[in-house]
Design a protein around this ligand. Structure first.
Ligand SMILES: Cc1cc2nc3c(=O)[nH]c(=O)nc-3n(C[C@H](O)[C@H](O)[C@H](O)COP(=O)(O)OP(=O)(O)OC[C@H]3O[C@@H](n4cnc5c(N)ncnc54)[C@H](O)[C@@H]3O)c2cc1C
Length: 420
């Protein structure tokens, strides 16, 4: 039974104060629930929401596992500058996840995942704007589009099909010639001659500022934040018991939005949540000596660049590895070297380095769902590459689950049952 009704006015605890947990807190608070959030760190500080690339990438509608991924992935694993990394010591434990990932690239599974991401993408700009505007934070996002730059004419041409598909689904774009690339992104190496401009794309002023500002605004309207770790959840008659560092507390419902750590909660409840850590690397340069006006995706490099309050952030990549392992310095070095190739006048002096774990599902879709095991426990996690982009829409969807207002054909797309 995937439906439930948690009446308005009930108490709801959210585990995790990343962008997904905080956005959920805002939506539930606005709906009329009494919301508490738990996190051992200040909002946004310890997870993937802290220093991501800041893109609201609405038009990125395809799962990572695209048709033909087998050969592409093998080729990438053999190239040290390619964006895909799987350390040997972490490979074996992830085989079941990779198997499900590869299955996504096939026929109807790929279509289904694309439909679901398109649904989130279609709503994400509007929902992000509505959420931020409701707290007078609308100025923290710029909706100026994004340049997708290709290394060669061949890869540009082979991407055309995907741009046509986006445009069929209502995500508009235009191809850029050499002259317009130089005009829109003058700091980019002039050897790049092929690009698309995607219109349905935004960027925030600074990812951490968004989490902090939403958190402050929500607390101003009654949301309570506990800077405490949650150690466990158990269900008793008509309530859920949270065992936190500061004691045990009863709630009418609990939402797990703990990013990559949602895995351990699911395990303890007996839910099957096939999530893995897809670690991304970036550098942020406070005085980069160049300026970029709109976000840029270097499509063949798995690298994105964004101008943020803290400086120019460049990075990306995907390392499927144990989230507890220290970051690999060699990857920072490679991304720094590649960045200087992409932007010849770039100065990397004073760069800050960061690695974060994307909470990634094999079909690139989040899990926004009631637990299979507990009636009053819900998940809002697994947002992979697009937690910032899809947070506001996911928050609305998790609200609909609690109030039992969900559209079943939409909620089934993100249900935890899809892995059974
Ligand atoms: C390099 C990189 C670039 C990215 N770029 C973009 C981008 O441009 N656009 C985009 O949309 N997305 C991007 N992403 C993805 C995005 O950052 C994530 O999808 C998103 O941050 C996930 O948010 P979250 O709230 O689910 O998890 P997190 O931000 O990881 O937050 C989880 C929170 O749960 C807390 N927690 C964990 N365990 C417990 C516990 N036991 N008790 C209480 N609290 C707990 C943690 O402390 C943490 O604060 C990027 C990610 C990376 C790594």
């Amino acid at each position: 039974m995937l439906t439930s009704n948690i009446p308005l006015g009930s108490s709801v605890a959210i585990i995790g104060a990343g962008i997904v947990g905080i956005s959920s807190a805002c939506a539930l608070n606005q709906k009329g629930y009494h919301v508490s959030i738990y996190d051992p760190s200040s909002p946004g500080i310890s997870g993937a929401s802290k220093a991501n690339a800041g893109h609201i990438g609405a038009s990125d509608i395809f799962p990572l596992s695209v048709p033909g991924i087998y050969f592409k992935a093998l080729k990438m694993l053999m190239d040290s500058d390619a964006p895909l990394k799987v350390p040997f010591k972490d490979f074996w434990s992830q085989i079941p996840w990779f198997w499900k990932f590869l299955l996504t690239s096939h026929g109807s599974r790929f279509q289904k995942a694309t439909d679901a991401i398109s649904f989130l993408g279609k709503n994400s700009l509007k929902d992000t704007k509505t959420l931020l505007d409701s707290y007078d934070l609308g100025e923290m996002v710029d909706y100026g589009g994004c340049a997708f730059i290709y290394d060669s004419k061949k890869s540009f041409n082979s991407s055309k099909k995907s741009w046509d598909e986006r445009s069929k689904r209502g995500f508009s774009s235009e191809s850029l010639n050499e002259e317009s690339i130089a005009k829109i992104t003058p700091a980019v190496n002039n050897k790049f001659k092929h690009a698309f401009l995607s219109h349905e794309w935004g960027k925030v002023t600074e990812p951490l500022d968004i989490v902090e500002s939403l958190s402050n605004a929500a607390q101003g309207r009654g949301v309570v934040f506990y800077k405490n770790k949650v150690n466990g959840i158990s269900e008793s008659l008509n309530s859920v018991l949270i065992d936190a560092e500061n004691g045990s507390f009863k709630y009418d419902a609990v939402i797990i939005a703990a990013g990559i750590d949602s895995i351990s909660f699911a395990k303890s409840l007996g839910d099957f949540l096939p999530m893995t850590a897809e670690r991304g690397y970036n550098l942020t340069i406070p005085s980069p000596n160049i300026q970029i006006d709109i976000p840029i995706v270097f499509a063949d490099r798995g690298i994105v660049a964004t101008s943020l309050r803290s400086g120019l952030r460049i990075g990306g990549w995907a390392e499927y590895a144990n989230p507890r392992r220290p970051a690999n310095q060699a990857y920072f070095d490679s991304i720094t070297r590649i960045s200087q190739e992409l932007f010849p006048s770039l100065s990397v002096e004073g760069a800050n380095f960061w690695m974060g774990s994307r909470p990634s599902m094999p079909d690139s879709l989040p899990v926004i769902s009631k637990s299979r095991k507990m009636n009053r426990v819900f998940y809002n996690c697994g947002h992979g590459h697009y937690g910032l982009t899809h947070a506001a829409t996911s928050a609305k969807l998790v609200c609909d689950l609690l109030t039992d207002d969900q559209n079943l054909s939409v909620s089934s797309l993100f249900s935890i049952n899809r892995f059974m």
